[in-house]
Design a protein around this ligand. Structure first.
Ligand code: NAP
Length: 301
C-alpha cells in the first residue's frame, strides 16, 4: 500500500514557518506582506480558490485583498488595476486568478504584472529564470510538488519521470524542475500516442491533464510514485451532503500498487497555496533588500 504524500500536513508546517518568519522580519519592515488577487467574473470554482487563498494569508499574517471585476470588464480596466497594484508599495504580490473569461487576453494581463510581484511565477521573466535555473519566483503548483517530493524522501536523481500535460501553469515548469533535479523527463499531451505505454515505463508520474480518472491501475508499474494534480468537483450525491474533489488518477485502484501517492483532496492543492504564501513572503523580503531563493526553506520532516 502506498505512502500518502500529505500536502495538508506539509503545508501546515510551511505556514508555521512563514508565520514565524513574518513575525521576525516585521521588527524591521514597515508593513506586513500584502497580496492582491485580481478576480474577473463569477466562476464559482475560482471564487472558492480565491477565498481559500485569502484565508491562508490571514493564518500566516499576510494582508490580502481581492479586486473583483465583473465578467464584462474591459481589458483596459483590468490592466489599469494591475498597473495600480504594481505602483502600490503595500502590495508585494499580485495574482491574476485563472481562468480569465473571454474575450480578455490572459497573456497580456500576466505580462502587465511587475515581475518582482509575480507570485504566480507566470511572467515571461520568471519563466525565463526558471529555464536558466536562476533564482526567481516559481510557479506555485510545480514548486509545491517539488517540496512534497523532497519531504517524501523521493530520490529524483536518474529517475524516469513522466509529466502528463504541457501547460505553462503546470506541465512545462514541472518538467523543467524535475530535469533540474536530474530526473529523466518525458512530457505527454493530448497528441501523445500510446500514453498507457509511457505511463508503465515511468517511475514517477505527475498527472496534470485535467481528465478525471485518466490513470488507472493497468497504466502504472508497481512501486511508482504518483502525483495527481487534477482537481474536479464532484457534486454531493445526496441532499445534505457536501461535494468533494477528485483527481486525474483513480486513487483507490492505484494506491495498492504505488510506493507513494498524493491524495485528492489534501495533496497538491494545499501545497500550491503554501507556495503562493511563500512566494509572497519572498517578494516582500526581496523588495526590502533581501534575497530570493529558489526552493522552499528546508523544514523538519
Ligand atoms: P490545461 O491548461 O487544460 O492543460 C492540460 C494539459 O493536459 C494539456 O497540455 C493537454 O494537452 C493535456 N491533456 C489533456 N487531455 C489529455 C489526455 N487525454 N492525455 C494526455 N494529455 C492530455 O490544464 P492545467 O492548467 O495544466 O491543469 C491541469 C489539471 O490540474 C486541471 O484539472 C486543473 O484543475 C488542475 N490544477 C490543479 C492545481 C492544484 O493546485 N491542485 C493547480 C493547477 C491546476 P494539449 O497541450 O495537447 O492540449
Amino acid at each position: 500500500m502506498a505512502k500518502r504524500l500529505d500536502g495538508r500536513l506539509l503545508a501546515a508546517r510551511h505556514e508555521a514557518s512563514l508565520r514565524a518568519s513574518i513575525a521576525q522580519h516585521l521588527a524591521t519592515a514597515d508593513d506586513p506582506p500584502g497580496l492582491a488577487v485580481v478576480r474577473i467574473g463569477d466562476d464559482p470554482a475560482s471564487g472558492v480558490y480565491v477565498r481559500n487563498k485569502a484565508q491562508a494569508c490571514g493564518r500566516v499574517g499576510i494582508e490580502s485583498r481581492i479586486i473583483h471585476h465583473p465578467a464584462t470588464a474591459s481589458q483596459q480596466e483590468v490592466l489599469e488595476s494591475i498597473h495600480q497594484l504594481n505602483g502600490n508599495p503595500s502590495c508585494d504580490g499580485i495574482l491574476v486568478q485563472l481562468p480569465i473569461p473571454p474575450p480578455l487576453d490572459a497573456r497580456q494581463l500576466l505580462l502587465a504584472v511587475d515581475p518582482a510581484k509575480d507570485v504566480d511565477g507566470l511572467h515571461p521573466l520568471n519563466l525565463g529564470r526558471l529555464v536558466r535555473g536562476e533564482p526567481g519566483l516559481r510557479s506555485c503548483t510545480p514548486a509545491g510538488i517539488m517540496a512534497l517530493l523532497a519531504h517524501g524522501g523521493i530520490a529524483l536523481d536518474g529517475m524516469r519521470a513522466l509529466v502528463i500535460g504541457r501547460s505553462i501553469l503546470v506541465g512545462q515548469p514541472m518538467a523543467i524542475l524535475l530535469q533540474q533535479a536530474n530526473a529523466t523527463v518525458t512530457v505527454a499531451h493530448s497528441r501523445t500516442r500510446d500514453l498507457a505505454h509511457h505511463c508503465r515505463q515511468a517511475e514517477l508520474l505527475v498527472v496534470a491533464a485535467g481528465k478525471p480518472g485518466l490513470v488507472g491501475a493497468d497504466w502504472v508499474r508497481p512501486g511508482v510514485v504518483v502525483v495527481d494534480v487534477g482537481m474536479h468537483r464532484v457534486p454531493p450525491q445526496r441532499q445534505g451532503e457536501q461535494g468533494t474533489l477528485r483527481g486525474d488518477v483513480c486513487f483507490e485502484a492505484v494506491e495498492p500498487l504505488a510506493s507513494h501517492v498524493t491524495p485528492v483532496p489534501g495533496g497538491v492543492g494545499p501545497m500550491t497555496v503554501a507556495m503562493l504564501l511563500w512566494n509572497t513572503v519572498q517578494a516582500w523580503r526581496l523588495r526590502r533588500g533581501g534575497v530570493v531563493g529558489t526552493d522552499l526553506a528546508p523544514l523538519p520532516r
